[in-house]
Ligand binder design. Structure first.
Ligand SMILES: *[C@@H]1O[C@H](CO)[C@@H](O)[C@H](O)[C@H]1NC(C)=O
Ligand SMILES: *[C@@H]1O[C@H](CO)[C@@H](O)[C@H](O)[C@H]1NC(C)=O
Ligand SMILES: *[C@@H]1O[C@H](CO)[C@@H](O)[C@H](O)[C@H]1NC(C)=O
Ligand SMILES: *[C@@H]1O[C@H](CO)[C@@H](O)[C@H](O)[C@H]1NC(C)=O
Ligand SMILES: *[C@@H]1O[C@H](CO)[C@@H](O)[C@H](O)[C@H]1NC(C)=O
Ligand SMILES: *[C@@H]1O[C@H](CO)[C@@H](O)[C@H](O)[C@H]1NC(C)=O
Ligand SMILES: *[C@@H]1O[C@H](CO)[C@@H](O)[C@H](O)[C@H]1NC(C)=O
Ligand SMILES: *[C@@H]1O[C@H](CO)[C@@H](O)[C@H](O)[C@H]1NC(C)=O
Length: 408
């Protein structure tokens, strides 16, 4: 009873915050299109099992279809589990957002976060249509998840967190040469196929934290293709970065392998990238990386240490500091400003919080509005901007209220 009451409170708070804000566009919301059930956002989905002992399955998530065995083209006979937006018409889709999981392989949580941000964006901006954007949240599982019950004998599996930096799968069976980045290639191809999605313009690979690490390193190794202009990356608060130069802002002469993959480009690249590295070298990889549409985002309050290995510490001591240092480095090697196809958003007051980042004005804009339009919000070189969190604080307060009510 109390739980039900608190859900109503959150739903009302969510509506109130979404509707009462002073965004001009908020007054011109289309009422004719189906919108999701807001109460679906009030409680985040619960994991079945845990990351350490293995997951037993996938919880149902509002507005998502659970696909347990999405077939892979790069590994015929193997599959991955995912959530994908339910109840949408492929012909109506103009944008897709692929959101990798966090370190905990928790794709249910990230679907929920992204869908909630999309809902808020659709309520806020006239040009964002909830029904025109498809969200996909894949997971790359561990062997222990198969034992615990989340996958079957076709599920592609990766040891530990090796999926985060593009390494090869460890099974099932002989599927030991499939990079987690081959999987992303497949997922992009799925959406970029004009026969399936005739009106789809852009796909955004949108990662927070571990998901941002995954996406950033993929951007460096993905081959350039005719599809480049249709793909964008949104990389928020990565725990560490693939550094593009060999030097570091906080050098540590006793720390080994500071510039080895996944921290750098001297050596240790995964099989997915060795051909490119051997042929084009560091400069070729960096050029390829910077040719992609990349939207970086850091919360200015993200002062957590993230990755505490010595290699990561040479990049900065907190997520935010690594961001500042990375942006300086990338400007240094790009003639003084960030590359033409990159943008940088500093999201004021947000910490290591995927919900705060996706629901900030900058987050909603990059994710759901003009993901590949550049130089629109500029200051010094047209590519950096500071943003206030939009409804995040109010929603945060509502969520806190609900948590408080739930424990009563
Ligand atoms: C998800 O919902 C379906 C249909 O209601 C139900 O059959 C299934 O057991 C649910 N799965 C979980 C993991 O709760
Ligand atoms: C797809 O778009 C058409 C035309 O705007 C609309 O009538 C229909 O409801 C949409 N379908 C879905 C599932 O959003
Ligand atoms: C996977 O399991 C199915 C039945 O659950 C079985 O028919 C099939 O042979 C198995 N495949 C492999 C490669 O073990
Ligand atoms: C995964 O771990 C197993 C057991 O530790 C090991 O034999 C295998 O080589 C590892 N595979 C990869 C791709 O790292
Ligand atoms: C994996 O190895 C098989 C057998 O050698 C090969 O046919 C396949 O192309 C490889 N896959 C990838 C993604 O490298
Ligand atoms: C430098 O690296 C060494 C070796 O890992 C480590 O013990 C030390 O704490 C590092 N120093 C700093 C300032 O991070
Ligand atoms: C930026 O992206 C566009 C579209 O993909 C591409 O044509 C252009 O070459 C890219 N710019 C750089 C500097 O690579
Ligand atoms: C998005 O792009 C359209 C078309 O170029 C433009 O009119 C609009 O102002 C852009 N919106 C934002 C938020 O950049």
């Amino acid at each position: 009873m109390r739980l039900a009451a608190s859900l109503v409170v959150l739903s009302l708070a969510f509506y109130a915050s979404a509707r009462s804000h002073h965004f001009a566009a908020a007054h011109h919301i289309r009422r004719d299109m189906p919108m999701p059930d807001v109460s679906g956002y009030s409680v985040q989905p619960n994991s079945l099992g845990d990351a350490d002992n293995g997951y037993a399955g996938f919880p149902n998530v509002s507005n998502a279809q659970t696909i347990l065995n999405f077939p892979l083209k790069s590994a015929e006979g193997a599959t991955i589990p995912m959530y994908i937006s339910a109840g949408k018409d492929n012909k109506n889709i103009t944008r897709a957002v692929i959101v990798p999981p966090g370190k905990l392989r928790d794709n249910w949580y990230y679907f929920w976060v992204m869908d909630k941000a999309l809902y808020q964006a659709a309520e806020t901006y006239e040009d964002v249509d909830y029904n025109a954007i498809s969200i996909m949240a894949p997971a790359l599982l561990n062997p222990k998840d198969i034992t615990a019950g989340a996958g079957d004998n076709t599920t592609l599996i990766f040891n530990g967190t090796t999926w985060m930096s593009g390494h090869y799968s460890s099974g099932p069976g002989s599927f030991t040469n499939i990079s987690s980045y081959d999987v992303v290639d497949d997922l992009l191809d799925y959406y970029l196929d004009k026969d399936e999605f005739p009106n789809l313009d852009k796909v955004v690979i949108a990662g927070h934290s571990a998901g941002a690490q995954f996406g950033q390193r993929y951007a460096a190794l993905r081959k350039s293709s005719k599809h480049n202009a249709r793909i964008a990356f949104w990389l928020a608060n990565p725990g560490s970065l693939l550094w593009l130069t060999a030097d570091r802002p906080l050098p540590n002469s006793t720390c080994e392998n500071v510039d080895r993959w996944k921290y750098g480009l001297t050596d240790g690249l995964p099989g997915y990238g060795t051909y490119a590295y051997n042929h084009y070298g560091r400069d070729g990889i960096v050029e390829r990386y910077n040719s992609h549409n990349i939207h970086y985002a850091w919360g200015t309050a993200d002062d957590g240490p993230g990755d505490t290995r010595c290699q990561a510490k040479t990049q900065g001591l907190t997520h935010y500091e690594r961001g500042l240092n990375f942006v300086n480095m990338i400007k240094d090697i790009s003639g003084g400003s960030v590359p033409d196809n990159a943008t940088v958003d500093w999201v004021e007051g947000v910490s290591h919080d995927g919900e705060g980042m996706t629901r900030s004005e900058a987050g909603m804009t990059r994710l759901f509005r003009n993901a590949t339009y550049q130089r629109r919000f500029g200051n010094d070189n047209g590519a950096s901007a500071s943003w206030e969190p939009a409804h995040g604080l109010l929603l945060g307060a509502a969520a806190a209220l609900v948590s408080a009510l739930c424990v009563l």
